[in-house]
Design a protein around this ligand. Sequence first.
Ligand code: PLP
Length: 370
Amino acid sequence: MGHHLHTCQKYSPPAWAPAWLKAPEERFLLALQPTPIHAWHPPDVPEGVQVWIKRDDLSGMQLSGNKVRKLEFLVADALQRKADTLVTIGGIQSNHCRATAVAARYAGLDCHLILRNKRHAAEQDPGLVGNLLVDRMVGAHIHQVTKEEYGRVGGTKLSQHLCKLLLSQGKRPYNVPLGGSNALGSWGYLQAVQEMLEQFGKGTITDIVMACGSGGTTAGIALGNYLSGFGARVHAYGVCDDEEYFYNFIDGIFADLGATPDVLGKTSRDLLFAHQAKGAGYAISRPEELEAILAVSEATGIIMDSVYSGKAFHAFQKDMQANPDEWQGRRVLFLHTGGLLGMYNEAAELESLIEKQGRAHRLDVQAIPL
Ligand SMILES: *Cc1c(COP(=O)(O)O)cnc(C)c1O
């Protein structure tokens, strides 16, 4: 059977998925997949630890990163329900909102985004930097709220409010949850485990390492890794909340999938290790994190983002240094979840670090004999 992008197909879960797992029936193909895997030699990895990288940053171009896999199931659901508009919410440079805006157009849907911005900035036009360029080039409708309003009202209520407003205008909105992280969206990463099995087989990879933000990627990987027998240790590096929050949130997704503790015999605490990688706060970088990102890009050509993959990778490096026995002899798969577009918003912070490498030089064209 061909793999035609931008069509809805019947979805059959992998053979290892038990019958009690609540599976979707349709999938709207969006991602370029399988995403590549290659050996990777980033700096500050102790000798004796082998690292591979799975390039989910290459799942597309304007539609790229980990959200694309979740949107395959969420968009299919929206189409099945005859929605005409996707609604979602996130930070001003949200990769998830940008991916949703593009996926909406691919599927012939309209898109409304609620974007959280600094108080003063929310009064003004958000501009065209980074993810916003794509949001706006695909014609997403942007509704800004301040951080304070977001904190006070909450993302769920804000989204419900906008959906009601659109309904009253005769639209048929479909609410995509924060980060695409609900049970349905997590199927993107249950399915990704099948892809990894086909790429590696069982027993090759001992550890999977990834950033964790809204939790759906980790939920899918951790459950798929267990149910399929892929058999790796799963490490989620949280960039916004603490470990307890993520264990509880992921247990909620498991329950919605039908994988309650009595059915599964396990909870998220048995299936993954949550680590803290928040640093100075969500989307706030410390110099050491930006330096680690630059060291990796200079040495290997891989560009990680400062909000998710870079923070996770930096915390992973620290963890290997602090607990060498835990990591000695391991074969690690680092999941690159994307985020490059957001880096266009970090130019001011990166400037002084990049200037340390030396300024750009003027080529002496006068010296060329004509
Ligand atoms: C959203 C995001 C993540 C986190 O994934 P979740 O499923 O929300 O936990 C990681 N990396 C990037 C680049 C993202 O945009």
